[in-house]
Design a protein. Structure first.
Length: 290
């Protein structure tokens, strides 16, 4: 008899954060005796629908999903649930409860606030001009993060946001947007970015333009961001515990399939960790190791 199939669907396997999610979930699922199939929807709700339909047709017992939109994904999750497939959401929630068996997400607001506080500290008492790079405008997490940033930043009257651009989570787009920002605003002292990929694009643009930027921060805790912190190119980031969240989803999935309950509330919010030069060695592959 073939082992039960678990479908793991993430936005991308090229992005290190989403790949870490998929890999951690797959390793835990295989260790528990499941077959695994990993797919990517590319933040395309239509493609996600097709992947959900494929999981249904394949007889998957459960789906681990980092979804393609808080509203756009509701019908897909409902369809899978009605087909008898238990859905476990990671990283991004949906704007409905009672459909998925679990929604396990990082506390993006808390994570944004702690890195914003570090940004303020690094900018110093004199403050100064700064720019913000925002994520994909349709992504709920991008909106939550920028609100969390400004809950802290707007309380410091010495800080002045002189530019804000969406770079769609992209390093190349962040590079281009940062080049333009630095050309237009000679006084920028800091850049706060909605994810590490954009922060690293900002680092590269500042270096390429010969314009030093004193403070650049990210969000996610990617291996490249940790390396940039170690080499003093990036000031700080917030680590989302992607590996822990993915393993939690698979453990709860396993318990649900065996007992009919996860033993946990549907919505579970997992705190993030601030990563700075003083503690960067405590983190590896989106996980705190000590």
């Amino acid at each position: 008899m073939r082992p039960p199939l678990i479908a793991i669907i993430v936005p991308s396997q090229d992005n290190p954060f989403f790949k870490a999610e998929a890999d951690a979930a797959a390793v835990r699922a295989r260790a528990l005796g499941y077959r695994v199939r990993i797919d990517s929807h590319g933040d395309d709700a239509y493609l996600q629908d097709n992947l959900i339909d494929a999981a249904i047709a394949s007889g998957a017992k459960a789906i681990v999903l980092d979804n393609a939109g808080t509203d756009a994904s509701i019908s897909a999750v409902r369809r899978a649930t009605r087909a008898g497939i238990a859905c476990f959401l990671i990283d991004r929630d949906i704007a409905a409860t009672g459909i998925a068996k679990a929604q396990i997400i990082a506390d993006n607001d808390q994570g944004a606030r702690i890195v914003a506080a570090e940004f303020v500290r690094r900018m110093g008492a004199a403050g100064g001009d700064y720019a913000e790079l925002l994520g994909k405008e349709s992504d709920t997490n991008a909106q939550v993060r920028t609100r969390g940033f400004h809950a802290v930043l707007d309380g410091d009257k010495q800080l002045h946001r002189v530019a804000a651009q969406s770079a769609d989570w992209s390093q190349s787009e962040a590079f281009d947007k940062t080049e333009v920002i630095l050309q237009s605003h000679a006084t920028i002292k800091g850049i706060i970015a909605g994810n590490d990929t954009m922060a690293l694009g900002a680092v590269a643009a500042a270096r390429s333009s010969g314009r030093p930027v004193a403070v650049i921060t990210g969000f996610d805790g990617s291996p490249d961001a940790l390396a940039a912190i170690k080499s003093a190119q990036l000031s700080a980031t917030t680590l989302q515990p992607a590996a822990i969240i993915s393993r939690m989803a698979v453990d709860e999935l396993d318990r649900y399939l065996k007992t009919g309950t996860t033993g946990k509330p549907e919505r579970q919010i997992i705190p993030c960790d601030l990563v700075t030069p003083s503690n960067v060695d405590e983190f590896v592959d989106f996980e705190k190791i000590r």
